[in-house]
Design a protein around this ligand. Structure first.
Ligand code: SF4
Ligand code: SF4
Length: 164
């Protein structure tokens, strides 16, 4: 697992973070949209279908993700001419469904792992993402986390409170 940059207590919401770490997604980068295979959750598929797309247009049924024997989901489709995601505008390098993009796209380059009442955020592929260490980037404050991943944190808190 990569470098841990945040450890959040889901009970007190106190956070320990690496003060030297900064992140900001680089505009028009699109690197992760071409170089990664993106898993889709059922909620991702439903949300994107609500925009008017049919699943066959954006789900790659030949590529599936598993954790052990457990099926996690199919992959987001890539287009043949540049191997980038079908939603990446080839000219502007912007995501055409940005506000509705899959959870995995929102989380990258971070990995969220809950261990009991603590949530650890670490960096995946530290050297691959040019937004990691961006001098004008955001520090990992509670505000940053809640603004960008409030739903993920709320879900982790719910599961922790239920004892899951
Ligand atoms: S998350 Fe990183 S690799 Fe992906 S578009 Fe932003 S800067 Fe580029
Ligand atoms: S859905 Fe958007 S953010 Fe996700 S890989 Fe495709 S273009 Fe990139």
């Amino acid at each position: 697992m990569g470098r841990v940059v945040v450890r959040l207590d889901l009970g007190s919401m106190r956070l320990e973070s690496d003060p030297s770490f900064k992140f900001r997604c680089v505009e028009n980068c699109g690197k992760c949209c071409c170089e990664l295979d993106i898993p889709l959750t059922d909620e991702d598929v439903e949300r994107i279908e609500e925009l008017g797309y049919s699943a066959w247009e954006f789900v790659d049924y030949d590529k599936a993700f598993y954790r052990g024997d457990e099926f996690l989901g199919y992959a987001l489709k890539k287009r043949p001419f540049d191997d980038c995601c079908v939603f990446l505008d080839p000219e502007t390098k912007r995501c055409r469904i940005y506000d509705h993009r899959p959870l995995a796209c929102r989380l990258y380059p971070f990995v969220f792992i809950r261990d009991g009442r603590f949530l650890e955020v670490s960096i995946r592929d530290e050297k691959e993402c040019p937004g990691v260490g961006a001098p004008d980037g955001d520090q990992m404050s509670l505000r940053f986390l809640l603004d960008n991943y409030g739903d993920v944190i709320a879900d982790c808190r719910r599961k922790w409170k239920k004892g899951g």
